[in-house]
Design a protein around this ligand. Structure first.
Ligand code: C2O
Ligand code: CU
Ligand code: CU
Length: 537
């Protein structure tokens, strides 16, 4: 790995030296000069200083043998002690909690026998702080991140973003939550502290020795990894023990490729108060919510009318996941006939790479047990915040949308027919800084061949707004199994683009020059090359 990256860095030097000029690509040159930021800057005065260490360890997740994982441990060096909470008994990294406006310095030390780098998903930070794979560091090296929290309050997260091995690294544990608060949100009187709970949803497979199984054959890569056990907050048998009161639940789909269609089993609608980039203008009710990899939703859920002893579950319902979803799972893997131990299923022996529950099948996600009476006085605000709609008339390209065509064929997953290459900026990937851009993701909207899959498309940098979704007639009936639950309002950084669909977004590129990525957040697709850089200049 190290060598591949070094070669790419050298190519960057060549590219920068021979074919580009400094004025044309200042971001690239800057990146090249200071490949790794390994020292703190004297003129940056952090409010919070944190040290993170990546380590390969054995962790007791199940009874019996410990599980080998890649774990991030952290420590607050300066600033509020509650900026970081380490999670024991799981592979997840520490939960980070910041306040908007805080200046944050993070020392990230790699103690793994592999190169790695962390990306702050959803945060608007300078290019060198964004965890581009070109900044991956080796064992023994430290990357020093310094940035101000510019984002509004919301549920963000961080994860490894290492060239071609992101999926494996995230799967092994290199990910965690990053929650931002701000004054406006704190003045709303939403449930807080132990009533403001993260729910990280991931699927994993473990073998009889309690070891993580990651299959990386052709099928798994084209479709994306699907595990046979749901983990909540990194726990196999998680039960939310709740009181008879309102809660704020922050859901993150931290899975590599699994898409969830979430609904309460008591038929009560889901009350969504927030999405990727924070609170919605007002609460919205859905019969079900689609949550694709990397997407977040915040739910208001009120248990005050439930008798103590009530149990309810959040389920993932059936939907049509397109050619490689249900079909792929059913047809090629033997589908539902195999053994099934989704959800709270007991840990058992499973070398079951061929017992995968396909994307789009039904299973249990989260179990809630109302176990005590408590009075919560919070009420759901009618209005949560003001979201100013971005205007297409303010874009730099209103008549010339930047179209990103999503395609899959043979062993490749492509964006505009291209595969990821480090430092391979094409003219249509250069964007002037401080502009608003009209962009569209086209997933075979204009008639495409066989292999169509849903792609959760993500852009680094600032949050965007979704302005239009269109689906072609061929895919309309499959689309109708998900369309009522697609998250479209509010600030987003990841959007699920279904087969046959075209999604138009307005995306601001303010403040920072340099490289910012766009990619599919099906991590196997990303590693297969469904990722590119944008150069903001
Ligand atoms: Cu969550 Cu480029 O990633
Ligand atoms: Cu990101
Ligand atoms: Cu994809």
């Amino acid at each position: 790995m190290k060598h591949a990256t070094d070669i790419q860095r050298r190519n960057l030097l060549k590219l920068a030296g021979f074919t580009l000029t400094a004025t044309l690509f200042p971001g690239v040159l800057q990146a090249m000069n200071s490949r790794i930021k390994s020292t703190a800057s004297a003129n940056f005065h952090p409010d919070v200083e944190i040290e993170l260490q990546m380590e390969a360890i054995m962790m007791p997740i199940f009874d019996g043998p410990r599980t080998r994982i890649w774990k991030i441990y952290g420590e607050v060096i300066k600033g509020p002690k509650n900026s970081l909470v380490n999670l024991n008994d799981t592979y997840l990294g520490p939960s980070l909690r910041f306040q908007k406006g805080q200046k944050v310095r993070i020392y990230m030390k790699n103690n793994l026998h592999a190169e790695s780098i962390l990306h702050w998903h959803g945060l608007h930070v300078p290019s060198e702080m964004d965890g581009n794979p070109m900044y991956a560091i080796n064992r023994g090296e430290t990357y020093v991140y310094e940035f101000e929290i510019l984002n509004r309050a919301g549920t963000y997260w961080y994860h490894a973003h290492t060239h071609s091995v992101t999926a494996k690294q995230v799967y092994s544990g290199l990910a965690g939550l990053l929650i931002v608060h701000d004054k406006e949100e704190q003045s709303l009187g939403l449930p807080k502290d132990q009533y403001d709970l993260p729910i990280v949803i991931q699927d994993r497979s473990f073998n009889r020795q309690n070891q993580l199984v990651y299959v990386n054959n052709m099928m798994q890569r084209m479709r994306g990894f699907l595990g046979d056990q749901i983990m909540i907050n990194g726990q196999p048998h998680f039960v939310l023990q709740a009181a008879t009161r309102p809660y704020r639940l922050r859901l993150l789909n931290g899975s590599n490729s699994r898409i969830y269609k979430l609904a309460w089993d008591d038929g009560i609608p889901m009350t969504v108060i927030g999405v990727d980039g924070g609170l919605l203008e007002k609460p919205e009710k859905y019969q079900y919510v689609m949550l694709a990899p990397a997407e977040r939703i915040e739910l208001w859920v009120d248990f005050s009318k439930k008798p103590v002893g009530t149990e309810l579950t959040l389920r993932s319902l059936e939907f049509s996941a397109g050619g490689m979803g249900m079909m792929g799972g059913m047809g090629m893997m033997g589908g539902m006939g195999g053994r099934r131990r989704m959800g709270m299923g007991t840990m058992g022996g499973g070398m079951m790479s061929n017992s995968v529950i396909p994307n789009g099948s039904e299973f249990q996600v989260l179990k809630v047990r109302i176990d005590r009476k408590e009075l919560g006085k919070e009420t759901l605000p009618k209005k949560l915040t003001q979201i100013t709609p971005l205007q297409i008339s303010n874009t730099a390209n209103r008549n010339d949308p930047r179209t990103i065509r999503l395609s899959m064929r043979h062993m490749s997953a492509l964006l505009n027919g291209r595969s990821y290459k480090m430092n391979d900026i094409r003219p249509d990937e250069i964007i002037p800084v401080n502009t608003l851009q009209l962009m569209e993701f086209d997933n075979g909207f204009h008639g495409m061949n066989g292999m169509s899959m849903p792609h959760p498309m993500h852009l680094h940098g600032e949050q965007f707004q979704i302005i239009k979704r269109q689906v072609n007639s061929r895919h309309r009936s499959a689309y109708s199994t998900v369309s009522e639950g697609l998250m479209t309002n509010g600030w987003k950084d990841t959007v699920l683009v279904m087969p046959g669909e075209k999604v138009s977004i307005l995306k601001p590129f303010n403040d920072f020059k340099g490289l910012f990525m766009y990619h599919c957040h099906n991590l196997e697709h990303e590693d297969m090359g469904m990722m590119r850089d944008l150069l903001i200049q």
